[in-house]
Write a protein that binds this ligand. Sequence first.
Ligand SMILES: NC(=O)c1ccc[n+]([C@@H]2O[C@H](COP(=O)([O-])OP(=O)(O)OC[C@H]3O[C@@H](n4cnc5c(N)ncnc54)[C@H](OP(=O)(O)O)[C@@H]3O)[C@@H](O)[C@H]2O)c1
Length: 319
Amino acid sequence: MADKVPDVKLNNGQLMPVLGYGTWNFFKENQVRDALRVAIDIGYRHIDTASVYKTEPEIGEAVEGKIKDGAIKRSDLFITSKLWNTYHDPEWVEFALKKSLKALRTDYLDLYLMHWPFAVDSDDKESFLFEEGLRPSKIKLLDTWRAMEELVLKGLVKSIGLSNFNAEQVGRILNDKNLRVKPVVNQVEIHPYFTNAELVDYCQKVGVVVTAYSPLAKGGEEITEQKPPDTLTDPTIVKIAKRHGKTPAQVVLRWGIDRGYTLVPKSVTPSRIKENFEIFDFSLTPEEVKEINGLNRNYKCITHLMFKDYPEFPFTWLI
Ligand SMILES: NC(=O)c1ccc[n+]([C@@H]2O[C@H](COP(=O)([O-])OP(=O)(O)OC[C@H]3O[C@@H](n4cnc5c(N)ncnc54)[C@H](OP(=O)(O)O)[C@@H]3O)[C@@H](O)[C@H]2O)c1
């Protein structure tokens, strides 16, 4: 087992471990705190969260405890959080970040992402996706980006980036003539049934590191009760897994590494947290990567179609 996950260099020189630990969809008290302690003991150093996951306070508790125990230093960790859609107004961006910092018990973030490109207006800024009273906001994407840049300039975050942005939206930020701070990452859904090849190619070409969310194609299963097609029993994945003496999940994750991007799988189960970490002692052949690419069926776990009429809804091809 690798004792350290390899790093990727971001376009500002900062290093990010290519494998992170996802923290969405933890439902029981202390679950994410205890699972993250296990993950840190195994060797995960990159933590992916978001204010809307409501996991930041328990992550803060676990991280603070591990630092106090002397197991890690804050500087060993790469912590990402995300600006929620109701906080896009430039007046609110720093406020939202500071809330995350406080919950995470840290004075800086390694990476802060705009969670979605569309802005949502709501009387209750903590409103989540399925709640009533949400309406499109008039705030422009580039105005929010200017406020994100301020966070880097003030030293509150090391890097800023994007999530769920399509290629046109990534390009609009990069090509803005007033750009002061480049996005380093675009975090988007990628797995064998949604290979997202064009967006991955585009981001790699323009120097924006891609992070795959829902890399096991199980995103949102717990909240939407939808049952996505199961990549882990796919005969092609099972065949390749047997060939390497690895599990299907390890093959699906390694495929992402071999395509050149970073990943943030989530698990609450200690044996799976360990299993997902053990992907650095083998690699797939180019033919195997190609074979898995061929499984694409444009199946998206996370659609957020309830926002399809909002300006900047990114998945226009789904409508
Ligand atoms: N930027 C965004 O908009 C966005 C959207 C979605 C997700 N994310 C991030 O990406 C992370 C991962 O995505 P996700 O949680 O949606 O989906 P995922 O990582 O594809 O799947 C998580 C599910 O897979 C199961 N699992 C984990 N490892 C497994 C293994 N080795 N074998 C079999 N099953 C396994 C987990 O079960 P158990 O937990 O029961 O073990 C959980 O039900 C999130 O936690 C979040 O940090 C970001």
